[in-house]
Design a protein around this ligand. Structure first.
Ligand SMILES: [Cu+2]
Length: 784
């Protein structure tokens, strides 16, 4: 292991752990699944499973069947406790006595109304929007908001208490005591503000109430685990996905596959608390479940949670959990996406379930968030004003294509389009929806030597499509392999390389992508798949580097021999870039909160002022996962694209976690400053600025806008003045040409970014006539 390896480097992810569950429960679960439609099971109780059906479309990537103000990726489960059926004993039929060797096990399908009740979805209208941008509007107290039994789910706790007493006569005294303390609790919290967490221990009733509920728990021991099923298949999915634990309660099993797949798999939810899963191929595909213990107040996030990053175990009220939950609801609920305008400012106020959530602090004490929406509004500063956007004053050169991957079109089963912005007059000039070919989630683009073609990957499919760049007409589609992510051309041969994200290789095609010339493996044959994502090609075309999201490492391919070697990275490297001088490359460690630097020849990465082979830039230097960010110092995380400017002056890294762009100086490998971006900050690439210099175009998945960054506005070589000099709205205008009829999410889903002319070193020297006249000598030869 190199001395300067990034956090998590070389630590092979623990492979899947299957929990053994009783055979009877397995058989029972199977029967029940067959009897009940999967989509009707957002709530799991005991052996009745939750089923997530994965989808390629917006808002239901992990479809649990529960309609959540526009999103569908959350499920609620009740921890089976024998003798409780907290939600409604008359609705949940009990197993016959002794069916599992256990008495009175609650079992049965709960309808959407019951899960909605636990999340207070029936109260969304009255319990959200409590935090106002008007400082004169005071925060109401909990008691002013209506019945607390309903609001704080005390009715479900009370029902559990009564059911235990009814089942077990010895529990009657404890139950009566708990019932009295619950009404006392209600009286004590009524005057508290609706947006602040309540430390239960600080309430006069707090310790007595917890003790009474703990006493009752001894009469209602935990039953078998809840099963969460995941299904991946046609026609909802055209290609492969995987499911990997992102958050899970301490003591519950970690879950992942050996590689992307189509079919079914399942995991056991053995502990109360918050579970979240991601697809490591398409990491904004998120699903989550809260397993609620009926004998606590509020929905349980669990005491301590594990996070699939830096081997973290944190209290459930840690900042990193709140940030990830905020991101979950922003990503999975399309109504929470950001809509900017060029003519007026607007308010952005994402909605979170107005549910009571039970978390634990670093001392292990329970903290009740009475209304999650109000707490997050207060914590994260919602509502936020989205200013009206204006483009840069100085034009760019040529055009920039941005994949607006969430746009919806008539007559097409799958989302996404490529959007062309004329950066000389800042107009949205064209959309290519690929409606005639049912184009599925267009993710990244590149062009050929003559700028005749637009190469377009279909990330949720197995195809590369080729369009005529000037007319938008479909030229051809070629099957390349599962989940093709990124595409670039070789400067020496004009061949097209495509990373097979759901597989294990880089495919090389002839110019124009007429046929596949060869497949280059990026890992050993017979090993688990590598899942390469955003690769980069060297300026001379001889070297390809791939970030491999499955083994957590990088591959360096020699394109002349087709041989490869590995280099360490941080956790889940997802995107890469290379210096124009080919001295070193960078990898975005998506789950590691770092950027890995690797030298290609002599030591070129910088650590503490010294040149070393490998180095790591820690984007969490100013972030504590428990207590949060340190003031206003730069932070990052969930980093995606990170190109180096063609003149090697700056590296820009798009961070989804912080919604910031890190500005890094490649001379020192240090973060110089940060710039803001939008929700789901994702893609960046450099294009030419008119008269010299470079613009970086930044795309955002959950917004309809793109930022334009000038890395050195005064062109003095110092990048500390890097700034956002304009922003673009990617929705079509009346003059936008298109091959399809847009029906939803205009301008949303910004991912791949392709500025043309190609001004990266190696490509810049080959800019065709008609374009090269627009570039300065420095732009044509960026490093001389
Ligand atoms: Cu996926």
């Amino acid at each position: 292991m190199p001395e300067n390896a990034p956090p998590g480097a070389g630590k092979r992810r623990s492979r899947r752990l299957k929990t053994v569950i009783p055979l009877a429960a397995v058989a029972l679960g199977a029967t029940t699944v067959a009897a009940v439609p999967a989509a009707a099971l957002p709530v799991g109780v005991g052996p009745v499973p939750i089923t997530f059906t994965l989808n390629d479309s917006n808002g239901n990537w992990f479809d649990s069947g529960l309609q959540l103000f526009g999103g569908k990726s959350l499920a609620v489960a009740e921890l089976p406790r024998l003798g409780t059926s907290a939600l409604d004993g008359s609705i949940i039929p009990s197993l016959p006595e002794g069916a599992l060797g256990l008495p009175n096990l609650p079992l049965g399908q709960l309808d959407t109304a019951q899960s909605s009740g636990l999340l207070n979805l029936d109260l969304v209208d009255s319990l959200t929007g409590l935090v106002s941008s008007d400082p004169a509007k005071a925060m109401p107290s909990l008691g002013q908001l209506g019945g607390l039994t309903d609001l704080l789910n005390l009715d479900s706790t009370l029902s559990a208490v009564r059911n235990i007493a009814a089942t077990e006569p010895r529990a009657a005294t404890s139950a009566a005591k708990a019932e009295g303390l619950l009404s006392q609790f209600q009286a004590e919290v009524a005057s508290l503000p609706a947006d602040q967490p309540i430390s239960l221990d600080s309430l006069p009733v707090g310790l007595d109430l917890q003790k009474a509920l703990d006493d009752l728990a001894t009469f209602a021991v935990k039953g078998p685990a809840i099963t969460a099923n995941f299904t991946i298949g046609s026609p909802k999915n055209q290609s492969l996905h995987d499911i990997t634990s992102l958050i899970w309660p301490e003591g519950a099993p970690f879950f992942e596959q050996m590689g992307a797949f189509a079919g079914s798999d399942s995991t056991q939810l053995t502990e109360p608390g918050l579970y979240a899963w991601t697809c490591t191929i398409h990491p904004y595909m998120l699903g989550a479940t809260v397993v609620d213990d009926p004998l606590t107040i509020g929905l349980d996030f669990g005491k301590k949670l594990k996070v699939n990053s830096r081997d973290l175990t944190v209290p459930s009220n840690a900042d990193v959990i709140q940030q990830l939950v905020r991101i979950f609801f922003t990503a999975t609920v399309p109504d929470n996406w950001q809509t900017f305008s060029t003519t007026e400012s607007s308010q952005w106020n994402p909605v979170f379930p107005p549910a009571p959530i039970l978390q634990y602090d670093a001392q292990g004490n329970p903290v009740l968030v009475p209304i999650l929406d109000a707490y997050y509004d207060q914590k994260f500063g919602y509502p936020k004003t989205l200013d009206k956007l204006t483009p840069p004053q100085t034009p760019g050169v040529g055009e920039v294509w941005i994949d607006t991957q969430m746009e919806e079109y008539a007559g097409k089963d799958y989302v996404g389009a490529a959007t062309k912005v004329n950066v000389e007059n800042w107009t949205v000039d064209r959309k290519i929806s690929g409606s005639s070919i049912n184009m599925n989630n267009p993710h990244n683009m590149w062009t050929d030597k003559n700028y005749k073609y637009l190469y377009q990957t279909e990330w949720f499919d197995d195809e590369l499509s080729v369009f005529d760049r000037a007319t938008g007409e479909h030229v051809r589609t070629i099957e390349v392999g599962p989940d093709p992510s990124h595409v670039m051309t070789r400067t020496d041969t004009d061949q097209v390389q495509v990373a097979i994200n759901g597989g294990t290789d880089v495919v090389e095609l002839s110019p124009g992508a007429e046929k596949i010339d060869r497949r280059i493996p990026v890992g050993p044959p017979g090993d688990f798949p590598q899942h390469p994502h955003a690769f980069w090609l060297s300026s001379d075309g001889k070297t390809t580097i791939t970030p491999n999201v499955n083994p957590y490492d990088a591959t360096v391919i020699d394109n002349e021999t087709g041989t490869w070697r590995k280099e360490p990275t941080g956790e889940l490297p997802i995107a890469s870039s290379m210096m124009s001088d080919q001295s070193k490359f960078y990898m975005a460690d998506f789950l590691g909160g770092s950027i890995s630097c690797v030298s290609l020849a002599e030591d070129a990465c910088v650590k503490e002022g010294k040149k070393v082979h490998n180095a790591s830039i820690d984007l969490w230097d100013n972030y504590n996962p428990v207590t949060g960010r340190n003031g206003t110092k730069p932070w990052g995380g969930l980093t995606i694209q990170l190109p180096v400017s063609p003149d090697d002056k700056a590296l820009l890294a798009a961070n989804t976690f912080s919604a910031t762009v890190s500005v890094v100086d490649p001379k020192t490998d240090k973060v110089v400053k940060e710039l803001p971006c939008n929700a789901g900050c994702h893609g960046i690439n450099f294009g030419a600025k008119k008269g010299g210099g470079y613009y970086a175009y930044v795309s955002n998945k959950f917004s309809n806008a793109a930022q334009v960054i000038d890395i050195d506005p005064n062109m003095d070589g110092n990048i500390t003045d890097a700034a956002i000099v304009g922003q673009l709205v990617l929705a079509p205008t009346a003059d936008t040409k298109s091959d399809g009829t847009l029906t939803g999410q205009p301008g949303m889903g910004g991912q791949g970014v392709l500025p043309i002319p190609l001004v990266y070193n190696g490509w810049s020297q080959q800019v065709p006539a008609g374009w090269r006249e627009k570039l300065t000598p420095e732009q044509l030869n960026p490093i001389g």
